[in-house]
Design a protein around this ligand. Structure first.
Ligand code: IVH
Length: 694
């Protein structure tokens, strides 16, 4: 019987046609990805057209079989490489935090003093839940959604318009006719608890890593380059403030929210206007009571001065408005039984104790594990198996055990004794200098460390290989199918290795093969991060990629480092953000023969790309220049200056050398400015620098 793929459309029966439509939809989607996202078509335009034609012809013959995700329905712009940047005309501010009632009473006092109000003059505040999601800014021109952006650093965000358009709560056109010609509406994108749970179940079924909490899940869903993926995620949106606007909409915040509703937005229904501090605090407690039953995460309430004229008189201080404050809730707590303590071995050998709990709902999310941090923490709290414990979950943080509730342990085992050997490979576990954790000394002999390194290698921020989630890595590793990162790429070339495995049909094998092949081209920063070198997180990997520019260059410099070449070490240390202990970890990595071997193999198998600077980066006058900031900066913080310089494509270094292009010296600059002068490096004042980059 011939393969459906080989038959002409006329000869296909219904079953074969169905199979073919599935294959074509998957294949066309994959080629679209290669073409649009990676700029790397794998087939000729002609062959691509043939696939599309065949799909159309089969659909014409069997209209009932047309798939919901049919490629013939795909319209709109191709997905872009990364996101464009959007400058916020009105900066997106953050909020200062209050943690107690006293802080709020003080806040009211500050407002009164600032505005010169008498103690009996009422100050209306609008009190709203503080949603634990991600803020977004939506700009409407003549009532039509033109741009949707993330907050970014508050000044520049990312253009995620197409993703935001997929959210039902965000109108693509404003209802009613009375809106200003330009209006920017801001609010929070969030994911309800139920949808978070079902999304995670689905991800796990597909062999992908689940998200840690609803906020991360919402962020991951919004960051998709392909809006059709965002569209499958049930994200929601609450509108809560105004950005750039061409004409006033209201003269106070409460009326503004009413206007938002008429435009078709959802405003949080718990929002209330309060006329006194007491009323506001009562309302804070009321929302606190409702919090465990709300279908989404909130981490406090926000108090906002209602009158806009007062808001503008108060202005802002250090990127937060003076007229608003967030009153945080304490972390959500619950009681349960700690059934067992298990030890997790991390990628770098750290032994982390984990509390396995009787599952319990904390603030709407089911929790069955909590971290116990390290042996000292267990001893200090005297936590034992079988204890009744109080646990807490706060926003992004992993749930924690706060305390033991029943120290009466008649007839129960004694204190927990922390293992002194790795539970996986039985190598001795030792405590490093000044470290609270014990580490397995097994290195690559330890199966757990190797498996964790592999998981890290394929994880979302590293190679991001679809279909190779933690579960699959564990199975493939246990069965000896994948022992090193190289094996992953070899697997794609020998798909027969997967045949006959439970859960692996023709389609899932071919999907995995494509997902792996897609990642054979990788930016240098991701590649470096994926190696899992201790202390080399995403930010450091990016710094290394920027400094060394190519894999060959980085490898040969690091090789020199291993050979105790002083220049190579000074060069590495001159990168602002890389200190001696990170240098030691990088050196240790390159000293391991196994790492060398894997690096060599990977460099033969993969195309590691130089990180492409964005348009802003490459067109700026400081692009590619190495700059050093020294002395006191008066117009911005050091961190801000560094971030701005890096966003313009400059490399920021901590020390001056012959390779330095510019030194920006503020008052109090000492030896670095002198060295720059000695070396003939251009010296700029902060103002000159700002002028240069503006
Ligand atoms: S108002 C100028 N209202 O909290 C005030 N923010 O910590 C700007 N947030 O970036 C924000 N719920 O992402 C405001 N009802 C609410 C909010 C809210 C959540 C977030 C928002 C902001 C962050 C500041």
């Amino acid at each position: 019987m011939p393969n459906a793929q080989e038959l002409s459309v006329e000869d296909l029966n219904e079953k074969q046609a169905k199979k073919e439509l599935l294959r074509l939809s998957v294949e066309i989607k994959q080629h679209d990805k290669f073409y649009y996202q990676h700029d790397k078509p794998m087939i000729s335009d002609g062959d691509y057209d043939l696939l599309r034609h065949r799909n159309l012809a089969i659909e014409a013959k069997f209209p009932d079989l047309k798939r919901k995700d049919s490629p013939s329905d795909k319209v709109g712009a191709p997905v872009s490489k990364g996101f464009q940047k959007v400058s916020h005309r009105v900066p997106m501010l953050s909020l200062s935090n209050a943690f107690s009632d006293d802080d709020i009473v003080e806040f009211y006092g500050r407002v009164r003093r600032f505005l010169g109000l008498g103690s009996d003059e009422p100050v209306d505040m609008v009190v709203e839940p503080k949603i634990d999601g991600l803020s977004a800014a939506l700009t409407y021109e003549n009532g039509v959604l033109k741009t949707g952006a993330t907050r970014g650093d508050g000044s520049v965000g990312e253009n995620i318009t197409n993703n935001l358009k997929t959210i039902d709560d965000i109108p693509v056109e404003l209802s009613t006719m009375s809106w200003p010609s330009t209006i920017e509406i801001r609010g929070e994108v969030y994911l309800p608890h139920d949808d978070f749970a079902s999304m995670n179940r689905e991800l796990e079924d597909q062999g992908k890593a689940p998200f840690a909490n609803p906020r991360n899940a919402a962020a991951g869903s919004l960051r998709q380059l392909d809006p059709s993926i965002t569209a499958q995620r049930p994200l929601r949106f609450f509108a809560y403030s105004l950005g750039d606007v061409s004409a006033p909409v209201a003269d106070n915040h409460f009326d503004l929210l009413e206007a938002f509703k008429t435009y078709g937005f959802v405003v949080n229904p718990l929002t209330q206007k309060c006329t006194s501090a007491e009323a506001a605090l009562d309302f804070y407690r009321e929302i606190g009571h409702q919090r465990p039953d709300l279908p989404y995460d909130i981490d406090g309430v926000v108090y906002k001065v209602n009158r806009f004229d007062w808001q503008s008189r108060m202005g802002m201080v250090s990127r937060a408005p003076r007229w608003a404050i967030a009153h945080k809730f304490p972390a959500e707590k619950a009681e349960t039984i700690l059934e067992k303590i298990t030890i997790q071995v991390g990628r770098t050998g750290s032994l982390t104790p984990v509390a396995n709990l009787k599952p319990i709902t904390v603030g709407g999310v089911v929790v069955s594990r909590a971290t116990l941090h390290n042996p000292d923490e267990i001893a200090r709290k005297d936590i034992r198996e079988g204890d009744r414990v109080l646990i807490q979950r706060a926003g992004d943080v992993i749930p924690q055990v706060v305390e033991v509730l029943d120290p009466d342990r008649e007839g129960r085992p004694g204190p927990y004794s922390f293992p002194d050997h790795c539970p996986i490979c039985d190598s001795p576990a030792v405590r490093g200098d000044d470290e609270a954790v014990l580490r397995c000394t097994g290195g690559l002999v330890c199966g757990a460390q190797v498996a964790e390194r592999l998981k890290h290698f394929v994880s979302r921020d590293a190679f991001d290989i679809d279909g190779l989630g933690n579960k699959n890595i564990e199975t493939f590793f246990a069965e000896g199918l994948i022992k090193t990162p190289t094996d992953i790429f070899l697997l794609a070339e020998n798909p027969a290795l997967l045949e006959g495995r439970e859960g692996w049909g023709e389609l899932s094998i071919s999907n995995l093969q494509t997902a792996i092949r897609e990642k054979t081209t990788v930016p240098l920063a991701r590649f470096i991060y994926a190696l899992g070198i201790r202390q080399v997180g995403q930010a450091t990997a990016k710094l290394l990629a920027r400094r060394y520019e190519s894999l060959d260059n980085w490898r040969s410099s690091m090789q020199k480092l291993v050979e105790v070449n002083e220049e190579a070490e000074t060069d590495l240390l001159s990168i602002d953000g890389i200190g001696p202990s990170a240098v030691k970890d990088i050196k240790d990595f390159f000293t391991e023969p196994q790492s060398q071997k894997v690096l060599e193999e990977l460099s033969n198998l993969l195309t590691v790309e130089v990180d492409v600077p964005s348009e802003e980066e490459s067109s700026s006058p400081v692009s590619g220049k190495t700059v050093v900031f020294t002395g006191t900066l008066e117009r911005m913080t050091r961190a801000e200056a560094k971030a701005r310089a890096e966003s313009l494509g400059a490399k920021v270094s901590g020390s001056v050398s012959a390779k330095t292009d510019l030194v920006i010296a503020g008052p109090g600059a000492g030896s670095k400015a002198k060295k720059a002068a000695d070396l003939g490096v251009t010296l700029l004042t902060e103002d000159e620098w700002l002028k240069m980059i503006s």
